[in-house]
Design a protein around this ligand. Structure first.
Ligand SMILES: C[S@@+](CC[C@H](N)C(=O)[O-])C[C@H]1O[C@@H](n2cnc3c(N)ncnc32)[C@H](O)[C@@H]1O
Ligand SMILES: [Zn+2]
Length: 214
């Protein structure tokens, strides 16, 4: 049996994008051509390591530097795109992204969630999760410079919303029912879950619990 029939297209490189200086931060990824909504653009690759190994690699770095090439696949595996990474490691974060990350069979891909015009910077929401023992200046360390007028000011994912009070319940229920319907629709269409739906950490904070250098 030809094994190649099960192998998808090679998405470790892409002619749809180019890497150059970004106003958001350092290098960024830009559309080299028009990219239609729903396009799977590139696979996020790098060395696959355990969480412990990822923590070990980055623990010596300055705790006030948020720069990271780590992407969490699941509770066991982190991709360190600092080793054997491709252009996917240069996607910057935005609070109003035109792409999203998806995980399929433990591989990570970046896909367009809007039609993207040539020259536009490609971004996704890093959705970095908060932890109970984050240092006080965590929002400062992970400050966002995406430039979106309603930027949430940080690359961290917002804290969980408190449950609505009784009075507001019906409206809130209606709202969440339609949100759930929208989510189901997206999940069915794509047959993959976005990171937010899986409640996963997407980009891993590079320092250990407590956020301090050891
Ligand atoms: C995967 S790298 C992205 C590529 C990066 N611009 C570079 O040149 O290496 C992720 C890092 O870029 C920076 N970064 C990405 N998006 C940002 C944003 N919206 N605001 C501030 N810094 C950002 C942060 O330091 C983050 O940890
Ligand atoms: Zn922002």
């Amino acid at each position: 049996m030809a094994a190649s029939s099960e192998v998808g297209p090679d998405l470790t490189t892409s002619e749809l994008i180019e890497v150059r200086r970004s106003d958001v931060h350092g290098l960024g990824v830009f559309a080299a051509k028009r990219i239609p909504k729903g396009t799977r653009i590139i696979e996020y690759v790098g060395e696959r390591v355990s969480h412990d190994e990822a923590d070990r690699r980055y623990e010596e770095k300055d705790a006030d530097d948020s720069h990271t090439f780590l992407f969490i696949v699941d509770s066991k595996t982190v991709i360190d795109a600092g080793v054997d990474g491709n252009d996917a490691r240069f996607f910057n974060h935005s609070c109003d992204p035109n792409c999203e990350s998806t995980v399929e069979k433990r591989r990570v891909y970046i896909e367009a969630i809007r039609d993207i015009e040539p020259g536009a910077e490609l971004t996704y929401d890093y959705q970095i999760q908060r932890e109970d023992d984050d240092p006080d200046n965590i929002d400062e360390v992970f400050a966002c410079r995406c430039g979106f007028p309603q930027c949430r000011g940080t690359m961290l994912w917002p804290t969980e919303r408190k449950k609505p009070k009784k009075k507001a319940k019906t409206a809130a229920r209606k709202k969440s029912a339609s949100a759930a319907a929208r989510k189901t629709k997206t999940a069915t269409r794509k047959k993959t879950k976005t990171a937010a739906q899986q409640k996963r950490v997407v980009v891993k904070k590079k320092f250990k619990r407590g956020g301090r250098r050891r």
